[in-house]
Design a protein around this ligand. Sequence first.
Ligand code: NAP
Length: 484
Amino acid sequence: MIGVRGDGLAESTTIMTKPGLGTPSRPLRVAVIGSGPSGFYAVEALFKVGDLVVRCDVFDRLPTPYGLVRGGVAPDHQKIKSVTRIYDKIAAHPGFRFLGNVKLGRDLQVEDLAAHYDQIVYAVGNESARELGIPGEDLEGVCSATEFVFWYNGHPDYRECEFDLSRTRRVAVVGNGNVAMDVCRVLIQDPERLAETDIADHALDVLRNSAVREVVLLGRRGPAQAAFSPKEIKEVAELEGVDLEIDPESVELDDVTKAWLAGGAAPKSAEKNLAFLAEVAVRGPGSNERKVHSRFLVSPVELVGEGGRLTRVRLQRNEIFAARDGTPRPRGLDDTFDEEVQMLFTAIGYRGIPIPGVPFDAEWGLIPNDEGRVLTARGGSIVPGQYVVGWAKRGPSGLIGTNSPDSKATVEKMVEDLRGQTADPLPEDEAERILTLLRGRGVDVVSFADWQRLDAFEQERGKALGRVRQKLVEIDAMLGAIRG
Ligand code: NAP
């Protein structure tokens, strides 16, 4: 669909008759796949490009927008969720349309998009979890934090997951990132503190019957290398009725870490985390029944069970060594010990999943790209008109706001690629055509106004119960609320 102007006279003569792409007489049509933060920031950046005239259709496989803001951010972090107000403003732009309940690869193929749009932006995030790759990972009681997070947030695909917390007193959480902090807080705090939030009903029921009283956080490197934000670990320490316990020896620094900190290569959070963890370590054990133990320099090497169910995690002690660039990395020592736990959550990072027709780098778990331009493979050639933003572009890193400059950078490439492009004017009914195609395939497309109806419905239901919102967790129920 994209007409590229060449240097030849014959071509440029033809082009004279065609309007420029992205002008009032030939608006640019962009399909954005995924309505999470990176998708919305890409749309915002497109709307802000000088005199570019652009129409953005934002697709989501769910009837609900906002990606991880709805399905990932913890229910006790309502303030973070208020970022959706910014997305609602973007959605109010006349060039914006939401096409929810449409799944790429199922309801729509890449070829359909190429036929209806000038540019495609993949904002699909990372939907699956990294695995530890150690014996025993298939035992009952071993779960991924990714699934747990989607489950407690009421993601329709995960509502059937089962987490038997009623027989679990001690839980291990592998990883020292912010997801590990979220999972830890949800597991250990008094569930009544979550009752007013938008946590899924099924999760609140399970948490109310939970026997969990201890969470053991397992970091493979030291406290200075913890990936959590200072605010997040502080929040765990400040949970009412919960003690955070840290062995004072574990916050003593090794020489590699000292040099790393002195060299200025460490993130800003490192010193803050260290200072706080050292302060907690000297407090000693508290008197609360609910406890979080933070262990550093340990890696799970085996998960041990009885009768198919997890009973212990075998941990290997690590030491820190300096990688070539000086980065402190963990190295296993000949020293293992066991922690008794009945459940273990892996919170060691997300991973992308392949989408039919879209290039995928299976090793890195993302869409291969060069600064946001999709490539056929890592180091391969550019796929014209296709772009990527967010976690699908750079991997699962950064906070919600990190996606704004990241999406903007991809949009700059999109605009660069538009230079000198012309195209035939669009037929009158052009905007309707994609809807006609989808309806013809029996897809019940959800518009932004539909979503706003569902949003109001969920909030009203919640209000009646003294909650922020009561989420619907089944797609049919969502569509019923919208249409009914
Ligand atoms: P993350 O920040 O990358 O943390 C992953 C953790 O898992 C790290 O501590 C990492 O250790 C560890 N790890 C990785 N592979 C491991 C292995 N094989 N064995 C043991 N440990 C392993 O990822 P995340 O927690 O999933 O978070 C993803 C992104 O979302 C992050 O940028 C995070 O800040 C953001 N997020 C933010 C919030 C918030 O602001 N409240 C909430 C949730 C998520 P190494 O450092 O040694 O690799």
